[in-house]
Design a protein around this ligand. Sequence first.
Ligand SMILES: C[S@@+](CC[C@H](N)C(=O)[O-])C[C@H]1O[C@@H](n2cnc3c(N)ncnc32)[C@H](O)[C@@H]1O
Length: 245
Amino acid sequence: MAEGRSLSEVRALVGASHGITDLAHKLHFYDQWAPNYDQDVAALQYCAPRLAVDCLTQALPDPPHAALILDVACGTGLVAAELQARGFSQLHGVDGSPGMLDQARARGLYQCLSLCTLGQEPLPSAEGTFDAVLMVGALSDGQVPCSAIPELLRVTKSGGLVCMTTRTNPSNLRYKEALEATLDRLEQAGAWERLVARPVDRWELATSELEVGPGTSDSDGFISGIIYLYRKQAAAQAVGGRPGA
Ligand SMILES: C[S@@+](CC[C@H](N)C(=O)[O-])C[C@H]1O[C@@H](n2cnc3c(N)ncnc32)[C@H](O)[C@@H]1O
């Protein structure tokens, strides 16, 4: 953080953003934040992109490098950087913030980047396009609604993988419950099967003591999170509507 914000400044900024529950307002916040995002989340020791990519790549069949991967809510491209470090090169990304997409474009790792607001419009891809779809750091109040999850399934190939993350600290527990109800409903409908639900204690530094919450196992200032990995069933039927379609 040589030239950047102090940790307490980053905490104040990110903590305030967690309180934004209106999507348009949130995407505007990301537009403004985009140039400093990587440096700020590094200060918070945000490790979700690495952990999610580890989880996904352990389950992908060989050879991995030919896999076509969609990074949903790609932000500045931290997930793409992790994928590239493991030899993946067929990467597409979508995000609802033009400012974040500019940063992702500058990284030079995606073949295709599109502006798309999840929950309001369908993903700009045909059914069954991708070997794997990831969405990291975007499932929470004011960001991607649970109603967008069937879109991730739709664009995944039969037998392909979908990897998602969410925070599990007290302020996100209500969203996590709704998310898990959606994930379970799709599993009961035979659309996919759960391969992994991996809790992570040290997701990122909390922005305040309030965020950690009483009664959690945390003792070193980190909030917790969870990584889910699903395999789309071969005979998955279309489930849910296409938002905006
Ligand atoms: C915390 S950042 C995560 C970015 C990246 N995946 C990472 O882990 O670094 C959340 C991203 O989700 C995007 N986002 C939030 N809600 C969205 C929505 N409804 N549709 C599309 N993008 C959204 C934001 O613009 C932002 O780039």
